[in-house]
Design a binder for this molecule. Structure first.
Ligand code: NAD
Length: 350
């Protein structure tokens, strides 16, 4: 289980910058957290924020989490993020082009790609102005949702092993059947698991359930539905202390970022003997594929994504030996990897 976002935030930032263009109604905030391991990677999140301060707080948390994610994935990259404040009157295409020009001006210190609210069409606008963006087209890294799903699937295999479960005898409840949840459900089905599927979009859940011989669960009942494995692939903050105390499952592994609603939740689940794959380890597949394509021009093979399972296995092993919740084990490892490096930020090639 991932630690609470406030824990992820710890550390200094190399660059925090507001980028504004009143001409297209754009306000955006870039945060580059740490580039000691290599150039910063992080997608563009577009959403409505209450204020610029709220957006800044979000981008700081997201950027630092990317550093720890890169460290745990063994990538030659650091953490960054860009948030675009959605607002009435925003000329979306122009704003993404402006972001592209800004990213290009950073000379490779920051590479970007998709995140919540940013579509392939938006990314094409960014890519029209910079080389440092994951191209959603033919020349790009490929299907990033599938990459995340495959990494989560390997993490899930490791997690169920630690729970003493065999996947082909287990029932997996997948919450959220979007870019990641749908292919993950398919992979679990192909591995012989029984499936429970839930999504706010009932038609989406029904269609996938028909294909995969699954049962649909009402979203409001999902957290009270007994099963062996809970795979959260919707929003973060799903498990708070109350839910953690009663969640009727034996293992948790999914793609949702910041699964924990508060810092004490990982301990509650750990004390109940429920292994939880730290989200920022399990959901790194798209980052691995996007980052290595951008930096080395390679199409990453599925074996590289299987390594995510080995990392989760090792984290859960240490967690069991030391009595420390897995999210804390993973965060400590990530921090020590970064702290061992000399503080020499990546300069880029401007
Ligand atoms: P998505 O928007 O494609 O799909 C999310 C799905 O969850 C949608 O179908 C939505 O209807 C459903 N949903 C939302 N709230 C729900 C609820 N309360 N109950 C049931 N269903 C609900 O998103 P995605 O790209 O598949 O990402 C899923 C999660 O994984 C997010 O938390 C995201 O931050 C994280 N993640 C995604 C990637 C990636 O490669 N896409 C990488 C890392 C992490």
């Amino acid at each position: 289980m991932s630690p609470h976002p406030d824990l992820l935030l710890a550390g200094d930032f190399e660059q925090v910058e507001v980028v504004a263009d009143p001409g297209c109604g754009m306000q955006a905030v870039l945060a580059i957290h740490d580039t000691r391991m290599g150039p910063a990677f992080g997608g563009i999140r577009r959403r409505t924020y209450g204020s610029l301060a709220d957006a800044t707080r979000d981008v700081l948390q997201l950027a630092s989490a990317m550093t720890w994610k890169c460290a745990m994935a063994g990538l030659p990259a650091g953490g960054g993020k860009l948030v675009l404040l959605d607002a009435p009157g925003l000329d979306r295409a122009a704003a993404y082009r402006r972001i592209g020009s800004f990213v290009e001006s950073l000379g490779g210190r920051f590479s970007t790609g998709p995140d919540v609210g940013t579509t392939d069409a938006d990314l094409r606008e960014v890519c029209s102005r910079t080389r440092h963006c994951a191209d959603p087209g033919a020349g790009g890294p490929g299907d990033l949702g599938r990459a995340t799903a495959l990494g989560v699937f390997h993490a899930l295999l490791a997690t169920v092993r630690h729970a003493g479960i065999e996947l082909d005898r287990a029932t997996v409840l997948v919450q959220g059947l979007g870019t990641v949840g749908a292919p993950l459900a398919r992979m679990c089905r192909e591995a012989g698991a029984r499936l429970l599927l839930t999504d706010l979009d009932a038609a989406r859940a029904g269609a996938l359930a028909a294909q995969l011989e699954a049962r649909v669960v009402d979203p409001v009942e999902a957290l009270d539905t007994p099963c062996e494995v809970f795979a959260p692939c919707a929003l973060g903050g799903v498990i708070d202390a109350t839910v953690a105390a009663r969640l009727p499952v034996r293992a948790v592994c999914g793609a949702a970022n910041n699964l924990l609603a508060s810092g004490d939740v990982g301990r509650v689940l750990h004390d109940r003997g429920i292994p939880v794959a730290p989200d920022f380890v399990a959901n790194a597949g798209a980052l691995v594929v996007g980052c290595l394509h951008q930096l080395q021009g390679i199409q990453v093979g599925d074996d590289r994504l299987a390594a995510i399972g080995a990392t989760v296995d090792s984290v859960l092993g240490e967690s069991a030996r030391t009595g420390t919740p897995p999210g804390e084990v993973a965060l400590a490892r990530a921090r020590s990897r970064v702290a061992a490096l000399p503080h020499r930020p990546y300069v880029g090639t401007k």
